[in-house]
Each structure stands twice: as structure tokens, then as C-alpha cells.
Write a protein of this length. Structure first.
Length: 264
């Protein structure tokens, strides 16, 4: 059997940048999987993404109206990770409000573009790894340009500047540029709770720089010695992290004693 090249996605890379030990426990060391807990914000985001995928998929005629979107939300709601049923019901109500408002605005909006893909995985050979990314939606405009649309379920506001510095949006642009080298590509973040949008587009030089940086970062991620790595305490992350017990078992984990007592 031929060994497949390792792959890196925007979420793997973001995890590494937040905390290398977290990357290790999530992706590189099997012991981590026993400590991972469901998260309500992942369930909430996945539930909304599922309805939007169906709404924009021309092959799925089951979610075309506000009422159908609300009914689909009831049917496919993901319950994992909520602290109790009251929290879960409140989130379901909020999710329905967001989806109904989004669907109504989309119905009212004049159609400029057609949807080319929903939830499509792209892959790009980066040398010693493949960059992969699943895009929420890609629209095609009459002039042939393509727009990547990424839904954010937790973010309250969004600006063009946010798109410029967003790692995932940079990765998606690289992936789509490689698949469609003759098209103009732009990327949009759509904040679902406020229905605000931010849009940006790489120049050729920016895309080349980003690709080089990503290649170097990817090499560092994949070639790092995770076995011998000492986790570094972070006051903003560690107290709420699933892997705190694993990191505490490392002799060199530099957790302040006061924090250890509070969260034990
Ligand atoms: S406990 Fe802290 S150091 Fe360990 S994986 Fe989590 S965030 Fe990283």
C-alpha cells in the first residue's frame, strides 16, 4: 500500500499556532482522544452549516423556505456538548432565529451569482504535505469570477480587514486559485448572527508570499519532535482545555500552583 502524504487543514494549523501541545494531543498522539469532550459551540455551528448546505444545494429541494429551514433545524439539530437541556433549547431557538433571518434575506436578495459548490473539499500539493480545506460555499458570477463564502456562527461582526488576516481564508484562496488559475478569486466571511460580510482578495504577490510562509510553517509542524516537547502553560487556554490532565503529567509543565489548585 502506498503511504499518503500527510495533510494539513486550516483547523489543524490554527490549533498548532494556538498551542503546539494541543496539536500533539489532537492529531499526533492517540492518548489525546480519550480526553476530548464534545463542545456545544461545535454542535451549534455544525447544525447551522448543515441547513445552509441544504438551502444552497440545488440538488436538495427540501429546504427552500423559512418554514422548511426551521423544520430541518428541528430534525437535524446536534445535541452533543450542552451542559443541560435548557441551554440546549435556548441554543436551538437562537439557531432557528439566525437561520430563518438568513433564509429570508437570501430569498429577498436579487440573485447575482450561482452556487458552484457547497461543502466541497479541495487539496493542493505543497511538497512534503497536502493542504486541504473544505469550503462552505463557492459562488460563480456572470463575469466568471469566483467567491468563497465562509459562514461564521459565533462571530458578531466582520470586516474586510478580518478576511485579510484570516488563516483559513488565505488557505481557501490558495486552494481555489490552484483549481481555477484563470479566474478572479475573492473570499468572504459571512457572520450569520449579524448577517455582516467582509471580503478580500489576494494579489498574485500576496498569494505567493502566503504560500511560502505556509510551506515553512507546515514543514515545522510536521517535523517537530512532539514526544520530547514540554507543554507551556497558557493562562488564557489551559484552565478550559480538555488536555490539562495530560499536560500536568509532564514534569516540565510550568503551571502556577494557584491555578493547579483552582482547576483540580
Ligand atoms: S493544557 Fe495548555 S499546554 Fe496543554 S494542550 Fe491545553 S492549552 Fe496546550
Amino acid at each position: 500500500m502506498v503511504d499518503r502524504k500527510p495533510s494539513l487543514s486550516p483547523s489543524k494549523i490554527s490549533t498548532y499556532l494556538a498551542c503546539a501541545a494541543k496539536y500533539k494531543w489532537t492529531y499526533a498522539d492517540e492518548r489525546g482522544r480519550w480526553y476530548m469532550r464534545s463542545k456545544s459551540y461545535f454542535s451549534f455551528g455544525s447544525s447551522l452549516h448543515l441547513i445552509l448546505e441544504r438551502f444552497h444545494d440545488s440538488g436538495d429541494m427540501g429546504v427552500q423556505t423559512v418554514e422548511e429551514a426551521a423544520a430541518a433545524m428541528d430534525e437535524s439539530w446536534i445535541e452533543a456538548g450542552y451542559a443541560n437541556s435548557q441551554d440546549m433549547q435556548e441554543a436551538l431557538g437562537e439557531g432557528k432565529r439566525i437561520i430563518q433571518s438568513y433564509v429570508q434575506q437570501e430569498i429577498d436578495r436579487p440573485k447575482e451569482a450561482k452556487t458552484l459548490f457547497v461543502e466541497k473539499l479541495f487539496r493542493l500539493d505543497m511538497g512534503c504535505f497536502d493542504l486541504i480545506g473544505r469550503m462552505d460555499r463557492v459562488d460563480e458570477y456572470p463575469d466568471g469570477s469566483l467567491e468563497i463564502v465562509d459562514y461564521k456562527t459565533q462571530r458578531k461582526g466582520v470586516s474586510d480587514e478580518d478576511v485579510k488576516v484570516d488563516l483559513a481564508m488565505g488557505c481557501y484562496q490558495l486552494l481555489l486559485r490552484a483549481a481555477y488559475p484563470d479566474r478572479q478569486i475573492r473570499a468572504t466571511i459571512n457572520s450569520l448572527s449579524t448577517n455582516e460580510r467582509g471580503t478580500g482578495s489576494f494579489s498574485d504577490a500576496e498569494a505567493a508570499d502566503f504560500r511560502n510562509d505556509l510551506q515553512q510553517l507546515g514543514n515545522s509542524i510536521l517535523n517537530r519532535d512532539y514526544e520530547g516537547m514540554a507543554p507551556v502553560f497558557r493562562a488564557d487556554l489551559c484552565p478550559h482545555c480538555d488536555f490539562l490532565r495530560l499536560c500536568r503529567s509532564h514534569d516540565d509543565f510550568n503551571e502556577p500552583p494557584s491555578t493547579a489548585q483552582e482547576s483540580s
